[in-house]
Design a protein around this ligand. Structure first.
Ligand SMILES: *Cc1c(COP(=O)(O)O)cnc(C)c1O
Length: 369
């Protein structure tokens, strides 16, 4: 059955419920051990754009495969962007998003860079609200559990010419999530990629686009081959300045308690977690500095004790301690198997706000349901 949704204003969508939705027992079995990115809810959001009509045909429909013509532009030229954010169940049964307006703004910036149409904020927020409302029962409860939301937009015109697509599809899917790294809060080991870069100067590094991830997979394999879980990238010009991991930003805690993160250069993705950590760290009395960080500073700083902790941050894994940094000629270890004090303090401050256990002093939480 398809019914108009209750939303008003420019954003309007319809709802078609999934007649083959999973039973309570099937859903409970998934929610008992969701993992990350393995399971999807019963519905998804879709909308279409054309130059003449703008954004239209917003709809919540049963989750299922998209039927794409083999000549669909995205399959050839990768004109695609995405977002990642989580919905958190609070103790009173309400469901909240963490700074979803910031995801809407970043999606618009990514769209601009990839010559895709900008999705208005009310469409973005409306799409996630309606999907979370339809699949409310899929929002997990419990420690570190959330509903991971994946909005994405792609060139859906059937055309092999190289120019911006004249038909664009926007979608949101949702996946119940436990901890991102199964091993828990154990430090992750990082491989330093000295051969490959993730993003070039003037390229798409600051946009959240699938192509950046495609470029990171070979170096990621190299990391696995060296016993590391993640790969760290340097800048493409001097091969010297630390940028970020394949999907997470980096922070360095100094011996004096100040924390340093690589400044945004245009090839680093501007993480919402990165930005939030900056604010929380200042709240907790740490000096925070955004500046260039050389790879030698990382290696020598850990070796000399000038750098006491290193951590990575992003929506999926929140705040994760970094253990070993390994490269072709050696390695340093900044964690000795344990999460550092400052890393743990910042992580707790952030998740306590996200799960409604601490006061939201910065107005970061937006109620979804
Ligand atoms: C998404 C992403 C991040 C983290 O951003 P958050 O908004 O904190 O989730 C960092 N680096 C890259 C390359 C990303 O794609």
């Amino acid at each position: 059955m398809t019914t108009p949704s209750s939303s008003t204003g420019p954003f309007a969508s319809t709802f078609t419920s999934n007649s083959a939705a999973r039973t309570d027992a099937e859903r409970s079995a998934v929610l008992a051990d969701p993992g990350f990115g393995n399971h999807f809810t019963d519905h998804m959001f879709l909308a279409e754009w054309t130059p003449d009509a703008g954004w239209q045909d917003g709809r919540v429909v049963p989750y299922g495969p998209l039927l794409l013509d083999p000549a669909t532009a995205v399959l050839h030229y990768a004109q695609e962007i995405f977002e990642g954010l989580k919905a958190y169940a609070h103790a009173d049964g309400s469901v909240w998003g963490f700074r979803p307006e910031a995801n809407a703004a970043r999606l618009a910036r990514s769209a601009h860079r990839l010559a895709l149409p900008e999705l208005p904020e009310d469409w973005f927020l409306g799409s996630i609200r309606e999907l979370v409302t339809a699949d409310r029962a899929w929002v997990p409860t419990g420690e570190e559990r959330s509903l991971y939301l994946r909005p994405f937009m792609f060139a859906s015109e059937v055309f092999l010419g190289v120019r911006p697509s004249q038909h664009v599809t926007y979608s949101v899917i949702a996946s119940p999530a436990g901890a991102y790294f199964r091993a828990g809060l154990k430090p992750v080991d990082i491989w330093l990629s000295e051969t490959f870069t993730r993003a070039g100067a003037g390229g798409t590094g600051a946009a959240k686009c699938g192509g950046n991830y495609a470029a990171s997979l070979l170096p990621q394999q190299e990391a696995f081959a060296h016993g590391c879980e993640q790969v760290a990238f340097l800048d493409s010009v001097e091969n010297r300045w630390v940028e970020e991991l394949g999907g997470m930003n980096l922070y360095f805690v100094q011996a004096d308690g100040s924390i340093v993160t690589p400044e945004l250069t245009g090839s680093i993705l501007e993480g919402i977690t990165r930005d939030s950590i900056m604010t929380l760290a200042r709240d907790l009395g740490h000096e925070v500095v955004e500046r260039k960080v050389g790879i030698d500073e990382w290696r020598d700083g850990v070796a000399s004790g000038q750098i006491t902790e290193v951590f990575a941050c992003g929506t999926a894994a929140v705040v994760t301690p970094v253990g070993r940094l390994a490269w072709a000629g050696g390695e340093v270890d900044s964690a000795q198997g344990e999460i550092g004090k400052v890393t743990a303090e910042l992580r707790a401050a952030l998740v306590d706000i996200q799960y409604g256990r601490a006061e939201d002093r910065h107005g970061w939480m937006t109620q979804l349901v």
